[in-house]
Design a binder for this molecule. Sequence first.
Ligand code: PHE
Length: 378
Amino acid sequence: MLTGDPANNVTEAIFSKLGVRLHTQAAHPLCILKSAIYAYFDARFGEGVFCQLDELHPLVSTEQNFDQVLVPPEHVSRSPNDTYYVDSRTVLRCHTSAHQVEVLASGRRAFLITGDVYRRDAIDATHYPVFHQMEGVRVFGAAELAGQADASAWCAAELKEVLEGLAAHLFGPVPVRWVDAYFPFTQPSFEMEIFFNGQWMEVLGCGVMQQAILEGSAPGAEGGRAWAFGLGLERLAMVLFGIPDIRLFWCGDERFTRQFKPGCFRAGGAASKFSSFSKYPPCNKDVSFWLPAGQAAVAAPGAFSENNLCEVVRSVAGDLVEEVRLMDTFTNPKSGKTSAMYRVVYRSMQRSLTDEEVNALQAEVRARMVAGLGVELR
Ligand code: PHE
């Protein structure tokens, strides 16, 4: 545990990821993708016009993570079920938007922030509690907007044009569509989707920055406008490089790392497809249990929730867990108690697991479910 604070829900497994900073390791696919995006902004706007910030620390205040970007007090992302709290006022950032205000306040008018972000979530091939985001912000001063009848609409149009160019740079010529979205910090807000590998895929969220954020933080920005976007690097890298499981980014296995070289990026994944090394067999373990009667779905730390269960499994099995899946649930009308069955899929990326070791992991998971989540095993 990071602190003895009662609000602390950062496990050792998560704490050990701070400082790894995969996005700064030159031959890592996340860094290669980051560099490809930086190259696009340098080519389009001029070298260094968008300041590249890779070193901002993931420990931030709740003020930075939520209040400064106008996340409402009751928003789910503030719940300790979703976010890692070090203490009641300090979190592991859940998005790179946490830094918008401080960077604007430092006087920057165009910047890209890349960093590790942390979210309590389900476990499967595309979800990992640590992933990487890139945030982009561009400010237009009042003078640049002179003569624009609708500055916000003009800003949104510029944003879309820049991001459509980015999509083409990364994926080659692909269809792009814009979907209306909601983010507390932008208005209007959009999601960009592209048609790739036969399906529509969400690439990023973006919008015109709330005027209160811009004018409240950027000196001299009165009457200006800004846009912002945020994209997740893992999902794009998985699609572009053909990486089938998000744990591979963390495995350090030479069979993985040797396939990537700085600069090996080609639009659409051409010439940079990962060839999977052999898959080892999975081992499924089911666990059935009763929840405490009347327990609410979103629980406090120390009670049952799916995210808390995933944290327990992660703490015991680390990256040997591939998926935690709800198989069945029912409520007994007489007792009012709810039963659930979850399947835990164990699989190593690097070797075959023995029955013995999987049984030992599962026994430990079961013990911690009783002790830590208050469930009654069946
Ligand atoms: N912070 C948002 C997220 O994590 C992404 C975003 C960034 C959306 C900037 C709009 C503007 O989902």
